[in-house]
Design a protein around this ligand. Structure first.
Ligand SMILES: [Ca+2]
Ligand SMILES: [Ca+2]
Ligand SMILES: [Ca+2]
Length: 701
């Protein structure tokens, strides 16, 4: 009996224990299920947040939330639904450490407006949970993992940025870079905050950057941010510099080059709305190709063809020779030809084997002679014609201009048998001047003066000057002027009417930045190059200096609203050029940089380069940022843009999403579980595609 009762008691105890354990398991299972449901809701909240980003960014390359409903701030967006119940602060606790300080005021203002969005169960239509979110736009910050660390070099990589002006740095940028080296990659903002060289929580720095392809551009704005956004690849500028096989058969390019390189380039230029697209394309090709022979599809490209950095015929003087060099002038004449080499950084050396050819004839010469590359001296009276080698020419030195005079043996004279007779309408001479280069293919003309069809008819002593020697093949740009042998011509003003100025920069190798197209002669008027901070800005969107599509890290959004980030782009920047003798350099003016930065912020955000320069104030601010003491020429005027263009992106949206989710009980009020997370989301502003770079669960409720 006692045993039986004892057993029953034991069984009863076991049953109670079992029931209790079962209840505990059930509770724990339910709690676990609620916890999982809350995490799932939290992920849903991130997706819902990105849906809000998609809606508000449709048609824009950069978030512009300032004009949206009241819950939105410039760089922050929060969950909102009509009549929504305010969510408790999304930024409490650990979450706050994930917001860059530069964005704190926008983030906290938006967070205070965040509301819960109810989540309804499909089956019963009752509220089973709710979500809230805050999206902080971190696109306009610097990627702490990639910026800085390298000296200013070719100025094409964000690692060349000078971080020393950044207020985030406590002990100078070197300390920061040293700590970064020790720490390795930063994955979250608190991770970055542990870098001992920052003066506090990161403000203008972020831990990620992502531009899926800087070498693509969009062709239509309305569908920006959707999968239907039409994208095209940018066209390489450096085709002529980078192809391995020979491209040119003397003056013309082979068909492979024309199909693969020239045609896409000319089309892109034309599609950008630039006049004279063919001529501009050939100018780009000759700027980048290693030779100095002007190539184009023109049968005589040395006459009015593309620009190469060769000695250019600048002034032609026919003058009487003084008796014994000092006495009164006689009716014996000499020709003086002035060459100008206005190019940097390249120079002309004797090894380049340039020569000047002056052909003088007492009879009209068939125009075919002018347009043929055959030696012109054979077609002229050889005793008045001459050729002379061109030795060294270096811009900024005494050899920038060189004059070549008829040798005594080639002086021009007419005689009646006794006396020398003057030049006159009835006793004219015909004159043609060329510069040629001795190449492995033979002596090839590279420049020719006056016009394609005429030997130049001279009936009296005079001096003829050209305004822009690159246009010296056209008669219309020549005028008679007081002679200026060895100096800039009377009637030449490289800065007139917004002209580009001198020197003219010419590489004969690959461009480093697409913005170098601003140095390309546009052929429309003297001293005009492509205005990349104006009508030619669309070229920056369509052309690339890189050989192939790349993924670039650390690019900076020029639409950033953070002044310190934009200032960093220009900090410590030095602009300049040098040849073997002369160099010119200048920095930027800090107060004018501040003005440029505020102009950029006031007028942003921007869709692309064309949009950036659609208003003149931005171009003016770029030009004005350069030290006012800098030489007045486009090399410096466009220098600040040229130095940053390859580091910019319009495609990179980086978002910190703080999400909260609650699972609610059957009364729709009791909170059964809550989860909060912070995610870094990278978004392609062109297609709207996005991915979560990392998601971290936040501790505590
Ligand atoms: Ca060239
Ligand atoms: Ca060439
Ligand atoms: Ca001159």
């Amino acid at each position: 009996m006692i045993i039986v009762v004892g057993l029953l008691c034991a069984v009863a105890v076991m049953a109670v224990s079992f029931a209790r354990a079962a209840m505990m398991s059930r509770l724990s299972a339910r709690s676990f299920a609620n916890h999982v449901a809350a995490e799932e809701l939290c992920r849903t909240a991130v997706s819902r947040a990105m849906e809000s980003v998609r809606e508000t960014c449709a048609g824009y390359a950069y978030p512009c939330w300032i004009s949206e409903p009241p819950a939105f701030r410039q760089d922050a967006l929060s969950s909102w639904t009509p009549g929504g119940e305010p969510s408790d602060s999304l930024l409490r606790g650990e979450a706050a450490d994930h917001v860059p300080r530069a964005l704190w005021s926008d983030a906290s203002a938006a967070a205070s407006n965040a509301v819960w969005i109810p989540v309804l169960s499909n089956a019963q239509g009752r509220v089973t949970g709710r979500i809230a979110f805050l999206v902080v736009n971190c696109s306009g910050l610097l990627d702490a993992n990639t910026v800085g660390g390298q000296p200013q070099g070719l100025r094409v990589d964000p690692s060349e940025l000078d971080l020393s002006s950044l207020p985030d740095m406590a002990g100078g940028s070197n300390d920061f870079l040293y700590c970064r080296e020790q720490d390795g990659r930063y994955e979250t903002l608190p991770d970055l905050a542990a870098n001992g060289a920052l003066c506090g929580p990161p403000s203008n720095l972020f831990v990620y950057s992502f531009d899926p392809n800087p070498d693509a551009f969009f062709t239509e704005t309305d569908s920006l941010g959707s999968p239907f956004c039409p994208l095209e690849n940018k066209i390489p500028l450096n085709c002529a510099a980078l192809v391995d096989s020979p491209v040119f058969d003397v003056y013309s390019a082979n068909s492979n080059f024309m199909r693969a390189c020239y045609s896409p380039l000319a089309s892109a230029i034309s599609n950008a709305g630039i006049p004279n697209a063919d001529a501009v394309a050939w100018n780009i090709i000759n700027y980048t190709d290693p030779n100095r022979i002007p190539q184009s599809d023109d049968p005589s490209p040395w006459i009015a063809g593309p620009v190469e950095d060769v000695p250019l015929i600048n002034e032609i003087i026919v003058r009487p020779v003084a008796t014994n060099g000092a006495g009164p002038a006689t009716n014996e004449y000499e020709v003086v030809v002035e060459l100008w080499y206005p190019f940097v950084p390249r120079e002309v050396s004797p090894e380049d084997e340039f020569e000047i050819q002056v052909a003088v004839s007492e009879n009209p010469v068939p125009s075919e002679i002018c347009s043929s590359s055959n030696d012109i001296l054979r077609a002229a009276s050889s005793n008045w014609s001459f050729r002379l080698p061109v030795s060294s020419m270096i811009y900024g030195t005494a050899t920038e201009f060189l004059c070549f005079t008829s040798p005594p043996s080639a002086r021009i004279s007419f005689t009646d048998g006794t006396n020398l007779l003057p030049l006159s309408e009835t006793r004219p001479i015909w004159l043609m001047v060329r510069v040629a280069q001795n190449t492995p293919q033979g002596v090839m003309p590279v420049d020719q003066a006056m016009s394609a069809t005429n030997f130049f008819r001279v009936t009296a002593p005079a001096a003829w000057s050209v305004n822009d020697p690159r246009l010296n093949g056209s008669e219309e740009y020549w005028t008679t002027q007081p002679p200026t042998p060895g100096a800039m011509n009377a009637g030449c003003d490289p800065l007139a009417h917004g002209g580009e100025g001198v020197p003219i920069f010419h590489r004969d190798s690959a461009m480093l930045s697409a913005a170098e197209v601003g140095r390309i002669h546009s052929l429309q008027q003297p001293w005009r190059n492509l205005d990349i901070m104006g009508g030619a800005a669309p070229l920056l969107d369509r052309l690339t200096a890189r050989p192939a599509p790349v993924s670039a890290k650390g690019r900076i959004a020029v639409s950033s609203a953070q002044p310190e980030v934009l200032k960093c782009l220009f900090h410590g920047l030095s602009l300049g050029w040098s040849n073997s003798v002369v160099s010119e350099s200048c920095g930027l003016d800090p107060s004018r940089v501040n003005n440029l930065v505020s102009t950029l912020i006031e007028n942003g955000p921007y869709q692309n380069f064309a949009d950036l320069f659609s208003i003149n104030t931005v171009a003016e601010a770029f030009a004005a940022a350069v030290d006012p003491a800098a030489p007045p020429c486009d090399f410096f005027r466009e220098g600040a843009l040229c130095a940053i263009a390859e580091m910019l992106t319009f495609r990179q949206n980086l978002l910190t999403v703080i999400a909260a989710a609650q699972v609610l009980g059957s009364d729709g009020k009791t909170v059964l579980a809550e989860r909060r997370s912070v995610s870094i989301v990278a978004r392609d502003s062109y297609t709207g595609a996005w991915f979560v770079r990392n998601q971290k669960w936040l501790s505590g409720l």
